[in-house]
Design a protein around this ligand. Structure first.
Ligand code: EPZ
Length: 427
């Protein structure tokens, strides 16, 4: 079992280069299976989610070649398997994108239901609604989702909930369906725009991605392509919040600042000093953070994935801050862990009320999901003393080389391996 040992009292200084977007990459790789010839994807983040997905594509019959750092070529010609194995699917919630891509490519798909996870229930009713509307026969039994469709036909689909996953899955199934599909109340995340650009470079006709109405005109075939993944706005936001939380001076490079508008606005509200360039954001300290209120919403609102990582900064701010989580039920599992470090937070329904101004102290804490893990790392960098974070496999799922990137900026993070007996006595 690996853990992070983190020395606190740090002011991060230096620069960090942002990797490709995890949440874009996990949609692009399943989409590559629909191509008639090889697909090369560059700027993929080196994280375990991507390794798991590459294994899944190979299990299904595709050939996957590593060209170099962050670059894979997928040869989807010999795709023969339409059943995704549980031992791989259980590692990666986004495996459910195989539903849309296998249905489109083979007319059938069997994918185990994605595990619920620490963010609360993770239903897929809107995925099912959209895929059914396109002509799939859906069976959900014994924890498996089975789809079959002789022919997929375009449909008008109104999503009851703004959902990234369902928007993406419907896009994947619709690009080769007969006729026109309209997705209304679609999610507008940049990762959806990145996928639309990828699909269109393969010959698809997707219009309106990034707005709440996406139109897809079905085409017969999709060709191979090459594509560069967009920067990871959540990784970038995490380092910006780490820099502000530690009152550091950090240049965050290779970002698309537009994707972080809500975060930049909120940070300026709490008195962080930020400079924004064309593809970089510089944090120049946040010596006296002010309390504020945050409400998470689908893009372009404040991202739910940065709700946990901003908490350590709010804990430093003298006064009351209220964080309301409007996207997921139950995305406050990190609060109990941060309270072990001395934070004063009370949960009321979908809100966390933070009485800030007291200092954080080091403690052994446990990451419950990857963004909670990032929040604990930021809290540990701020706290006095040395903290130990367990559950860091969650963090490795979504942050490429996080300890190297932070140590380059002056953090003192060590990855330690604990034997089972040591594990038994610690948390
Ligand atoms: C994607 O998850 C991201 N994951 C999440 O990032 C992100 O937090 C989330 O979008 C919101 O931005 C990936 O892209 C791999 P949703 P997803 O479907 O698609 C409800 C991270 O840390 N809903 O937009 O699963 C759902 O319960 C991860 O990188 C339904 O009710 O999220 C939630 O309350 C965590 N029915 C809301 O919609 C459905 O059929 C938004 O979920 C689908 C979703």
């Amino acid at each position: 079992m690996e853990k992070f040992s983190i020395k606190g009292g740090v002011n991060l200084k230096g620069e960090v280069v942002i990797s490709g977007s995890k949440n874009s990459s996990v949609a692009l790789l399943p989409a590559a299976l629909m191509a008639g010839s090889r697909v090369t994807i560059e700027n993929l983040p080196d994280i375990s989610d991507i390794q798991t997905l590459a294994e899944l594509l190979m299990y299904l019959g595709a050939r996957v070649e590593k060209n170099g750092p962050g670059s894979l070529t997928i040869y989807p010609h010999n795709l023969f398997q339409w059943q995704a194995p549980y031992y791989l699917v259980k590692k990666l919630r986004a495996s459910y994108y195989l539903l849309g891509s296998l249905l489109s490519r083979l007319g059938k798909a069997v994918v185990p239901l994605p595990g619920g996870c620490i963010l609360g229930p993770r239903p897929i009713d809107q995925h099912i609604k959209g895929l059914t509307a396109l002509g799939a026969r859906v069976k959900v039994k014994d924890g498996m989702v089975t789809l079959k469709a002789e022919e997929l036909k375009g449909a008008e689909i109104y999503l009851d909930v703004v959902t990234v996953g369902a928007t993406i899955n419907i896009m994947l199934a619709a690009v080769k369906a007969k006729g026109k599909t309209i997705i209304e109340n679609a999610a507008k995340e940049p990762e959806i725009v990145d996928l639309a650009n990828f699909l269109n470079s393969m010959g698809a006709e997707v219009v309106g991605a990034g707005t709440d109405v996406i139109k897809i005109y079905g085409v017969k075939e999709l060709t191979g392509t090459s594509h560069m993944v967009i920067p990871d706005r959540i990784e970038a936001g995490t380092y910006i919040l780490a820099a502000a939380g530690t009152n550091g001076e950090v240049l965050v490079r290779e970002v698309i600042p537009k994707h972080l508008d809500a975060v930049i606005a909120k940070l300026r509200e709490v008195n962080a000093n930020l400079e924004v360039g064309e593809d970089w954001i510089r944090v120049k300290g946040c010596p006296h953070p002010q309390p504020t209120n945050i409400k998470t919403y689908p893009y372009p609102g404040f991202p739910t994935d940065l709700q946990a990582p901003i908490m350590p900064l709010l804990i430093k701010a003298r006064g009351t801050s209220i964080v309301t989580e409007n996207v997921f039920e139950g995305r406050f599992k990190h609060v109990d862990e941060i309270k072990r470090m001395g934070a004063n937070i009370m949960l009321e329904g979908r809100s966390a009320i933070i009485e800030g101004g007291n200092s954080l102290t080091s403690a052994p804490v446990k990451a419950m999901d990857l963004r909670a893990g990032a929040a604990l790392m930021i809290a540990a960098l701020i706290a006095d003393g040395e903290s130990i974070i367990s559950g860091i496999d969650h963090i490795d799922r979504g942050y490429e080389n996080i300890e190297e990137k932070l140590n380059q900026m002056g953090a003192g993070i060590k990855r330690i391996t604990c034997s089972n007996e040591q594990e038994a006595v610690s948390r």
